[in-house]
Design a protein around this ligand. Structure first.
Ligand code: FAD
Ligand code: MLT
Ligand code: ZN
Length: 469
């Protein structure tokens, strides 16, 4: 079918306001926020509800039109950007913003896929509950995008990844049929766990249009500390100590190297080091609870003991929420600071926590020897064994040099990760960024199982072609 016919039929389904046709309007949809990928599309379709998504998908199925689902377009792996062929329609969920139901007794919330993560958090807060998923992009990413990438963020240590926070999904299949799996059940053993197939599938199996999410009791207080240490091994040792002493009250445990803090101080206004001295590594630790009275003493005692044992070198405890937030601003400023400072080659890796410190030691040595002079930007959600072990190139690096170094560094870093039983994609998704790498590190049996699922659900290969597989 010709584009103008397709567009004509789509406009009947979603109305003229539901289509973006002009090049300027399409700009923010056809490129990613990092400026790494740029594609093109005949049309951006913006349905208002699952029924319209279903009608759009039926038409795309009939006309064999490939579809790229898009939420907030904050992804790190190019998963929501179409290719350059001009044949892939973008299906944006950004008009589907309804909180459908909040049930504080069942501790659940049902939302359209296009609701911003920050709005899900606020809706939970309004009924005295807590939705724990938290990440730097929460003001612009959508819950559908979070589910499609199985996003992680800073509260995984206590509450799990997005997968652990979803009880039910509504999904429009590639042929337009709607699967209503919006169950708010904590027990449901009626066969295969279908929702798990779609969570983390990065738009390659269907369009997530709604979800039932788990809510938690709202913590009424939190304390945080900024810690200075000499090595990642010390940071890991502190993590173990705090887990033993604080149990579930330890809600976040992040690490960053001194170079990350330097970057944030150079590029984020008002950012200042919380400690007087300089340390090779820093940790940001947070405790929270529904009964907060004892938290400051608990954290101070645990950190005091770690200082005395020489596990850490220095620390400062933030007592009120303003101080806690300013520590988090340092941590969450790293993404933006990296973008301003250069062109990052990003690694989003996971390792067993027990092997993480040895990995950093070995990888640092390997990179200093094989890629001398390239700054390593090492930070991440160390409590989950997830590191963003990045390398920063100058802003004006030539594209060919960037591509050459990306391939060489990926190979070096990912091989070390694989040798230690790790994963090359912890929380950002595979997208187009790691699609080719995936084949090297997944076993043929795993790849085959994934391809069988893809063929079964999307036999015409219309869902987000060129991503993940
Ligand atoms: P998009 O970028 O629009 O899409 C991401 C993928 O999901 C694409 O493959 C797309 O096709 C698919 N998709 C989107 N919506 C749907 C849908 N409804 N149905 C089917 N498929 C869909 N990520 C983390 O995990 N942890 C972090 O700590 C973190 N920090 C970040 C900090 C910053 C400052 C930024 C900018 C990003 C960060 N991210 C982080 C990455 C990003 O925010 C997440 O990947 C987020 O889950 C993407 O949501 P989105 O709505 O923007 O999805
Ligand atoms: C974060 O944890 O801040 C992001 O996931 C990592 C990044 O920006 O590379
Ligand atoms: Zn992260």
């Amino acid at each position: 079918m010709r584009n103008h016919e397709l567009i004509e039929r789509l406009s009947h389904l979603v109305g003229d306001n539901g289509l973006v046709l002009d090049a300027e309007g399409q700009g923010p949809y056809v490129r990613d926020w990092l400026g790494k990928w740029q594609g093109s599309t005949p049309v951006v379709v913006r349905p208002r509800n699952a029924t319209e998504v279903s009608a759009v998908m039926r038409l795309c199925h009939q006309t064999r039109t490939p579809v790229v689902p898009q939420g907030g377009n904050t992804g790190m792996s190019g998963g929501a950007t179409p290719d350059g062929s001009g044949a892939q329609v973008i299906l944006s969920l950004n008009r589907m913003k309804r909180i459908r139901e909040v049930d504080p007794v069942n501790n659940t919330l049902c939302a359209d896929a296009g609701v911003l993560l920050a709005d899900v958090q606020a809706a939970a807060r309004d009924v005295g509950r807590f939705f724990p998923l938290s990440l730097g992009a929460e003001g612009s990413c959508t819950i559908g995008g979070n589910l499609a990438t199985n996003a992680g963020g800073t509260a995984v240590l206590r509450y799990g990844n997005t997968r652990d926070l979803a009880l039910g999904l509504e999904v429009v299949l590639p042929d337009g049929r709607v699967w209503n799996g919006l169950r708010g059940l904590r027990k449901d053993n009626t066969g295969y766990d279908l929702k798990s197939l779609f969570i983390g599938s990065e738009g390659t199996l269907g369009i997530i249009t709604g979800a039932v999410l788990k809510l938690y009791p709202a913590p009424t207080g939190r304390v945080a500390a900024w810690v200075g240490a000499d090595t990642p091994a010390q940071v890991v040792a502190l993590l173990s100590r705090l887990q033993s002493v604080c149990g579930e009250r330890l809600t976040a445990f992040e690490m960053m190297s001194a170079r990350c803090l330097d970057l944030v101080m150079a590029h984020v206004s008002g950012a200042a080091s919380p400690l007087a001295g300089r340390h090779a590594y820093y940790a940001l630790v947070e405790l929270s609870d529904t009964e907060p009275a004892g938290l400051p003493a608990l954290l101070e005692t645990a950190l005091g003991a770690a200082l005395e044992a020489g596990v850490i070198q220095d620390c400062v405890v933030a007592m009120n929420d303003t101080q806690v937030q300013s520590l988090w601003r340092l941590r969450e400023g790293i993404s933006q600071a990296q973008v301003r400072a250069g062109k990052a080659i990003k690694h989003d890796i996971a390792l067993p926590i027990s092997r993480l410190a040895a990995f950093v030691e070995e990888a640092d040595l390997a990179l200093v020897s094989d890629f001398p002079g390239l700054p390593i930007i090492n930070f991440g959600h160390i409590g989950d064994g997830n590191l963003h072990y990045n390398v920063l190139l100058p802003l004006d690096v030539a594209p060919a040099e960037y591509a050459r170094l990306t391939a060489a560094l990926n190979r070096r870093v990912h091989d070390l990760v694989a040798q230690r039983g790790g994963s090359i994609s912890a929380e950002h998704g595979v997208g187009q960024l790691r699609r080719d790498e995936l084949r090297r590190y997944k076993s043929p049996v795993e790849m085959d199982l994934m391809l069988m699922i893809k063929r079964a659900l999307d036999p015409n290969q219309l869902m987000n072609p060129g991503k993940l597989l």
